[in-house]
Write a protein of this length. Structure first.
Length: 173
């Protein structure tokens, strides 16, 4: 299948268990997985999700806490998927956090807020966000992950025209 990365979330926080204990257990388990991931040539991408709108009670929500866990694992095979929608809901400062943690990010998900729909339908300035990511030299994946308020093909065409072209120039189909 030639899979080079997989995404994982943490699930909900455990009531009555200290966050530090949960972070430590997570880091320990990921450290155990790291040699298997290396052998397979796969990067495990840990994805923080917002607990305010979509995933109430989710354990790992903030980018800084996610990076702390990833740093404890200390493996190039365990990185972050930075979901711009979730991080905007959770903490804002999307450009600052994305660029500060770029060396730990393997993959970006993008959708607009509010509504988790196609970029260009909400408050996020994706031209500025993607320019900032581009300026870091990031060469990984950026995936659209959300709903659409119009026909999918039309939404993708608008995204290419209004966001991709101003950032990357004209793309060949």
């Amino acid at each position: 299948m030639n899979v080079t990365s997989i995404i994982s979330q943490t699930g909900n926080a455990l009531e009555g268990v200290a966050r530090e204990d949960q972070r430590s257990a997570m880091a320990e388990m990921l450290q155990r997985c790291a040699p298997l991931l290396k052998e397979a040539g796969i990067v495990l991408e840990v994805e923080p999700l917002n607990g305010l709108v979509d995933h109430y009670g989710h354990f790992l929500q903030r980018s800084n806490e996610s990076v702390e866990v990833i740093d404890r694992v200390d493996s190039p095979n365990v990185k972050l998927v930075f979901d711009v929608y979730h991080q905007q809901v959770t903490e804002g400062n999307v450009i600052r956090n994305a660029t500060n943690y770029i060396d730990r990010i393997n993959h970006f998900h993008i959708a607009d807020n509010p509504g988790r729909n196609q970029p260009g339908t909400g408050e996020l300035n994706y031209v500025n966000i993607l320019r900032a990511i581009k300026e870091t030299g990031f060469s990984g994946f950026v995936g659209l992950e959300g709903g659409y308020t119009i026909d999918t093909d039309e939404a993708v065409e608008q995204f290419k025209q209004n966001i991709v072209t101003p950032v990357f120039g004209s793309l060949q189909s």
